[in-house]
Design a protein around this ligand. Structure first.
Ligand code: ADP
Ligand code: MG
Length: 468
């Protein structure tokens, strides 16, 4: 077997165990350069690929290599630009099954025009199911922050209503919940076009419900939903406090659940933390599978950027990608937005997408997007986030549902606005400044030790600074 043939076979095996986006991002333009006394040298196009192949995929690669050549001991990567007109690109194409190969090729070749994005986006939406064909498992980067959520969604898409029902995915803004939820819908639609699928946000669900009550069509409304094989409700936190909607949702939920129809739900927080959620609804949610998506690490952010770049077939320098990933660290949507902006700007100006241009473009963007915050906006964001009232925050009282938001409020007033401890005490009904100091230090410590607190804080800051 030649090196090329061996590598082709290795890629064929690896592809089966990775998402298409991961596979394309890291294995495109790789080649087997040499095998010398069991030591394998693999050529990769850039430093990121070297890092990932050596650190994250080395076991995958070694396992595949050894199954074909048991004498293989270890492997190492080196940066080697591919031979453009011959072997390497063809070998990866050949490793991808026919049908998906044209899909991948199409995705890589298509260079969407940025201005036309919104229009094409709308056209991609299927009206009955409201699915957007842009969101698939194939173009989702699976990493440590979303591994479980991805596995659960994928499993559900292969076997509706039997494994995890309901499936509940939670995580902060822009971390890829909608993408995963819609991927389930698209996957089912591809494999079982006869299945009835409905994707809807809880806000839209509420509006439709209210309309149907107004038009005396509530029975039709229920009947419609109860015919679904797969019902996907996105951003269910907005049901909080809407009793009538929750009540109707509960009935639809039960009707579907009892006949083993699949329900998938997302939220920005776990069921327990959704304020004023009807108890029986909460316990239904908790009765299924609950899994979260957390913030991606720097490595993963770079992986996502690399995959978006290769999906588009554009070129952005490695340093520039790293810079974007280092500076936009909380939200994949913004990460993508920043990348789009860099690409569009460099394209328009006909300048290279390198580090220094990226720095300039991004610094401008970071400044412009940041909202000015005030004591007032910190208060209202906290009240909104925790569903507590301002009076409750100010009043004396040690109930955890109130004291925790109160401490976060104290912390943020200090941390983000440098408000003196004594003034924070005054704002909170004349509390002593040492109380404020203690709360500040407590949250400061918890931020380091508890992932939950860390995420909570970053979600709140996200709303405070960026969400309009
Ligand atoms: P959420 O619903 O959690 O607010 P979205 O699903 O809308 O977030 O994701 C925001 C954007 O980031 C989308 O364009 C999505 O395609 C992209 N995205 C998020 N996570 C990933 C990932 N792991 N791989 C590829 N794209 C991702
Ligand atoms: Mg969403």
């Amino acid at each position: 077997m030649t090196n090329e043939e061996l590598w082709k076979a290795v890629l064929g095996q690896i592809e089966l165990s990775l998402s298409k986006a991961n596979f394309i991002t890291w294995f495109k333009n790789t080649s087997l350069l040499e095998i010398n006394q069991g030591k394998v040298l693999i050529g990769v196009p850039n430093g990121f690929a070297k890092e990932w192949l050596e650190n994250k995929y080395n076991n995958h690669i070694l396992k595949a290599l050894r199954s074909l050549d048991p004498s293989v001991q270890n492997m190492r990567c080196t940066i080697a630009l591919p031979d453009t007109d011959t072997k390497t690109p063809r070998s990866i194409d050949a490793a991808i099954p026919r049908e998906s190969s044209s899909f991948v090729r199409k995705k890589i070749i298509e260079k969407p025009s940025f201005t036309a994005n919104n229009i094409s986006l709308q056209q991609e939406v299927f009206h009955e199911s409201s699915l957007n064909s842009r969101y698939t498992f194939e173009n989702y980067i699976v990493a440590e922050n979303n591994e479980l959520a991805h596995a659960a969604c994928h499993a559900v898409s292969q076997s509706l209503g039997t494994l995890y029902n309901p499936l509940f995915i939670y995580g902060g803004v822009g971390l890829g919940k909608t993408h995963l939820l819609q991927s389930i819908g698209n996957e089912v639609m591809k494999n079982h076009p006869e299945k009835r699928i409905k994707y809807i946000t809880s806000e839209r669900f509420t509006t439709e419900l209210v309309d149907s009550i107004k038009n005396q069509k509530i029975d039709l409304f229920k009947e419609y939903y109860q015919q679904m094989d797969l019902l996907i409700i996105d951003d269910v936190q907005f049901l909080s406090g809407r009793e009538k909607t929750q009540h109707e949702f509960f009935h639809i939920f039960n009707a579907l659940y009892q006949i083993n129809k699949q329900i998938v739900i997302s939220s920005d927080r776990p069921p327990k933390a959704i304020g004023t959620l009807e108890e029986r609804l909460r316990s239904r949610f908790e009765g299924g599978m609950i899994t979260d998506i957390s913030q991606p690490s720097l490595e993963t952010r770079i992986a996502i950027l690399s995959s978006k770049v290769s999906e588009r077939g554009v070129f952005v320098e490695e340093d520039a990608l790293r810079y974007i990933a280092q500076n936009i660290n909380q939200n994949v949507r913004e990460l993508e937005g920043a990348l789009n902006r860099v690409i569009a700007y460099c394209d328009f100006r006909k300048i290279p997408a390198n580090l220094s241009n990226t720095e300039k473009i991004l610094n401008e963007l970071l400044e412009k997007n940041r909202k000015n915050i005030s004591i007032e906006s910190v208060f209202s964001t906290i009240c909104d986030y925790y569903s507590v009232s301002r009076e409750e925050l100010i009043k004396k009282g040690r109930k955890k549902e109130i004291s925790h938001p109160r401490q976060i409020l104290m912390y943020l007033l200090r941390q983000e606005l440098s408000t003196p401890f004594s003034s924070i005490g005054d704002l909170l009904g004349g509390r002593d400044h040492t109380t404020i100091l203690h709360a500040y230090e407590k949250i400061q410590n918890q931020k380091e030790s508890s992932r939950k607190i860390k995420e909570e804080l970053s979600q709140i800051k996200e709303r405070l600074y960026y969400v309009t």
